[in-house]
Design a protein around this ligand. Structure first.
Ligand code: SAH
Length: 465
């Protein structure tokens, strides 16, 4: 198994100080289950890479040197080359100080965000690329993933569960290492090296500051703790004390989630899934769906008890009627019906009914507004309605060239007044955020093209941060 960490922050060979491993030396460490080696395939002032190579000794594992019964079955197959919990164990041993964010030789450097990337050559991923993205993207990583065929000589056999993955972000080394430490076994989702109280403590300790608000928090905890409902429940409760009743079906493995993720999802489903994830992660309970259309998102929101008050708004009466039908509003039990309301209104006027909500979604709506009305929309949403969180999605125009029937000069829908490139959306969102006292971060939705970006772009605005 091979993990490669690269930085381009000059002087890049400071990476040696951060990792506490000398770039000129080839270092080797004995582990309970094999050996770890650290070496630097490239060392330069503007780019430096360090590799952690872990050799698993299957014989040692069989003999129980690795710590007990049952390891053979777990590790005999893909263990030697596929990154798994053993890789995490090796990281914790070899990069312990770096993971804690300590670097006495270069004070301040460990806390400095820098351009970093991590490449894992063989990562087994249950849930495929959509799951990979749904985990890394909310953490701010750009991700490149290549799925390996089951057998390169027999392409008809289809795809394996193994990926080459490279993630990159402007972040601290400690954050990158810690997140990989937690997430590698989560992707693998095989039997964990050891699951017990100690593992839960580790998860909680390592998850501080990023796992508690992650849209995939529940699934990450569930997998990390290997579907042990009691540990999982306790961990979740401690990660988010305000989380209401946790679903009772935790025993049931993640199959449902899995299916939903793996069945080749339509872009629309991915979009709504991402929006839902952000709303969940924000801990919202009173939510607005601005430009709700026929109520696809509303239907998903209604299924989740976290959302206690749900309001859909649209300017089109016909869309609202369709939404009402789709949601069977006339047949809902009283307690459900009390949670949801549809309002007829326009997002380009101040509307007091929309004030005081925790979060608002605005999915594929801005591009329907006439540009001269945008300023009114911005005020109506960010100045007057002013929810704590706004999740907004819109097409990425650059991506259109990949669709034969759209092409570079056309828009995706006849009612779109414009479609933004990534740079245009970024500029608009940053300006809106700074004007109204929000911070903005950006997520990609759908399969990301290395040069054109994703088909859908998403901005998440947080008030007062
Ligand atoms: N969010 C929905 C619908 C997107 S289509 C979904 O993802 O399925 C865009 C929607 O925005 C349409 O339903 C349209 O009626 C609505 N819309 C356009 N201009 C609006 C305005 N000024 N105020 C409120 N809704 C508007």
């Amino acid at each position: 198994m091979l993990l490669t960490i690269t930085t381009t922050r000059e002087p890049a060979d400071d990476l040696g100080f951060l990792l506490h491993k000398h770039p000129a030396r080839f270092q080797s460490y004995d582990l309970a289950f094999g050996r770890a080696r650290v070496f630097y395939p490239e060392v330069g002032p503007d780019r430096c890479s360090a590799c952690l190579m872990v050799d698993v000794d299957p014989v040692g594992l069989v003999r129980g040197k690795g710590g007990g019964e049952g390891l053979l079955g777990q590790y005999v197959n893909d263990r030697p080359y596929a990154a798994s919990s053993l890789m995490s164990v090796a990281m914790a041993e070899v990069f312990r100080t770096a993971m804690r964010g300590r670097c006495d030789a270069r004070p301040g450097l460990a806390e400095t965000p820098m351009p970093l990337s991590a490449r894992i050559d063989v990562l087994p991923v249950r849930g495929g690329e959509p799951f990979l993205r749904s985990v890394f993207e909310p953490l701010g990583y750009a991700i490149e993933a290549t799925r390996h065929p089951l057998d390169p000589t027999f392409p008809d056999w289809g795809e394996s569960r193994y990926f080459s993955v490279e993630i990159s972000a402007e972040t601290t080394l400690a954050r990158l290492l810690t997140q990989l430490y937690v997430l590698i076994p989560v992707f693998d989702d095989a039997k964990h090296y050891f699951v017990g109280e100690a593992e839960m403590e580790k998860l909680l300790a390592r998850g501080v500051g990023w796992l508690d608000s992650h849209p995939q928090r529940d699934e990450i905890a569930r997998r990390y703790l290997r579907h042990r409902p009691s540990l999982y429940r306790e961990a979740l409760a401690r990660l988010a004390p305000e989380t209401p009743a946790i679903a009772e079906d935790v025993e049931e493995p993640s199959a449902r989630v899995e299916e939903a993720v793996e069945s080749s999802m339509s872009l629309n489903d991915q979009r709504l899934g991402s929006v839902l994830g952000v709303l969940r992660g924000a801990g919202a309970s009173r939510v607005l769906d601005l430009g709700c259309g026929e109520g696809r998102l509303l239907r998903l929101l209604l299924k989740e008890p976290q959302f206690r008050e749900i309001v859909g708004v649209d300017v089109s009466v016909r869309a609202l009627e369709a939404a009402s039908d789709r949601l069977h509003l006339d047949r809902l039990p009283e307690n459900q019906a009390a949670r949801i309301k549809l309002l007829h209104g326009s997002l380009t006027y101040r509307d007091r009914r929309l004030e005081g909500f925790d979060a608002a979604a605005c999915v594929e709506v801005v591009e329907h507004l006439d540009p001269p009305r945008l300023a009114a929309f911005e005020r109506a949403v960010f100045e007057f309605a002013r929810p704590a969180t706004v999740v907004l999605t819109t097409p990425n125009r650059e991506y259109n060239v990949t669709w034969e029937n759209v092409g570079p000069d056309r828009l995706r829908h006849s009612d779109h007044r414009f479609e933004w490139t990534r740079a245009e959306f970024l500029a608009w969102a940053e300006a809106v955020a700074s004007r109204f006292g929000y911070s903005a971060r950006f997520l990609a939705v759908g399969p990301e093209d290395p040069t054109l970006g994703p088909p859908t772009q998403m901005g998440v605005f947080a008030r007062g941060r």
